[in-house]
Design a protein around this ligand. Structure first.
Ligand code: SAM
Ligand code: SF4
Ligand code: SF4
Length: 360
């Protein structure tokens, strides 16, 4: 490619559908007729942040025990599972954590996943701290896009949220590095929690308008049991929408694809688009095609699951791919999860897997 061609065109070309590329791929449907399409892979339970709503220091302090190396799936084990999932119809992968980039050589894993027949799209969710110096290697390995989490544009507010005193400026450098590497448009995720950062909705929108990046507001969810979630803490999608619309009128946009979790809006003045993810007040379980793999190889068919299914034991116990595939097919076929449609104060208090284990 010529030097002066913008990097954004350096991305991996669009791929054909898994059925075209992978004749053995099938559509596996669950008990509510939802296909299996997305696999989210957590590669570590560790993180260099202690976001107050995700890994509060009281629960994840210096005495917290993280998973030992031997208990975490190797890159080879992850890639093998990705191959089996692709055979069942998965065509999108998201790498997450903890903070995925604290695990070394992530580009090696991306390369292995990009080589899996049937995988069309590989993305990574990160706090962006380790992106400068990494973004190009990730792109070269086959990463398609990046989602960056940033919960405030005000430096003091952001430092309070990440709780390790990390400056906003460095996250912005990470976003820039991703865009320059051709991994844009970057999606920027902001979790909105009452009393924490709802005063940042407009400043964040002001900052990211007209940049080409897509800011997405996420309702605070009752994932896990350590973040002290209460319904009163949720700033609803409707409130977020109204706040934005009063400042810059919004117009709804069609989803990019069926089952897209964010409701899309464009600024009527042409300054780009925003998304709102309303998993608490306007659930989207009816189109949920996502399955989640924890760093230690437990599979969750819902973000709010209490009990994972141990794939590591199958892998390390010598099960052949066919047996693992049959297990996954049976598991998905019986899936009837729709937690967000059924949420009550009582369900919120039930034991659930932590976000830092399965990565959102
Ligand atoms: N460390 C990476 C990051 O922050 O992007 C990836 C893992 S993090 C668990 C994935 C996403 O989950 C982040 O965007 C984070 O803000 C979001 N998240 C964590 N806890 C949440 C909660 N209780 N409600 C809504 N989103 C949450
Ligand atoms: Fe770490 Fe991401 Fe959780 Fe923040 S949201 S503590 S960056 S895993
Ligand atoms: Fe999917 Fe569970 Fe979230 Fe519903 S609550 S959208 S089933 S992960």
């Amino acid at each position: 490619m010529a030097e002066n061609v913008p990097r954004v065109f350096g991305r991996r070309p669009f791929r054909t559908s898994p059925l075209q590329r992978n004749p053995t791929a099938m559509t596996t449907r669950d008990a509510l007729h939802r296909p299996l399409r997305d696999l989210r892979i957590s590669v570590t339970d560790r993180c260099n942040f202690r976001c107050v709503y995700c890994m509060p220091k009281e629960m994840f302090g210096s005495d917290h025990t993280f998973l030992p190396r031997a208990e975490i799936l190797s890159f080879e084990e992850i890639a093998r599972l990705a191959r089996v999932f692709a055979g069942l119809g998965v065509n999108k992968l998201r790498i997450t954590g903890g903070e995925p980039l604290v695990r070394h050589d992530m580009e090696e894993l991306v390369g292995m996943l990009a080589a899996v027949e049937g995988i069309e799209d590989i993305t990574l969710t990160t706090n962006a701290t380790l992106l400068p110096g990494k973004a190009e290697a990730l792109r070269d390995a086959g990463l398609n896009r990046i989602t960056v989490s940033l919960d405030a544009i005000d430096d003091a507010v952001f430092r309070r949220i990440n709780d390790v005193g990390y400056p906003v400026e460095r996250v912005l450098e990470g976003i820039q590095a991703a865009a320059e590497a051709g991994l844009g448009p970057v999606k920027v995720n902001m979790v909105v929690k009452r009393g924490m950062n709802e005063d940042q909705i407009l400043p964040m929108a002001r900052h990211f308008r007209d940049t080409g990046h897509i800011l997405r507001f996420i309702e605070f969810m009752d994932v896990g049991n350590s973040n002290g979630w209460r319904m009163d803490d949720v700033v609803t999608a409707a409130q977020i929408r109204d706040t934005l619309d009063a400042e810059w009128p919004l117009e709804p946009l069609d989803p990019n694809y069926p089952g897209e979790v964010a409701s899309r809006y464009r600024f009527a003045d042409g300054a780009g688009e925003v998304g709102i993810i309303s998993s608490v007040t306007e659930p989207f379980c009816s189109t949920c095609s996502r399955v989640r793999l924890s760093a230690q190889g437990e599979l969750y068919t819902c973000l709010f699951g209490g009990q994972g299914h141990d794939l590591r034991a199958l892998l390390r116990g010598g099960a052949p791919d066919g047996e693992i595939g049959e297990f996954l097919k049976a598991l998905w076929s019986g899936r009837a999860d729709r937690y967000s449609e059924l949420r009550t104060e009582e369900t919120a208090a039930r034991p659930k897997v932590e976000m830092s284990h399965i990565g959102g």
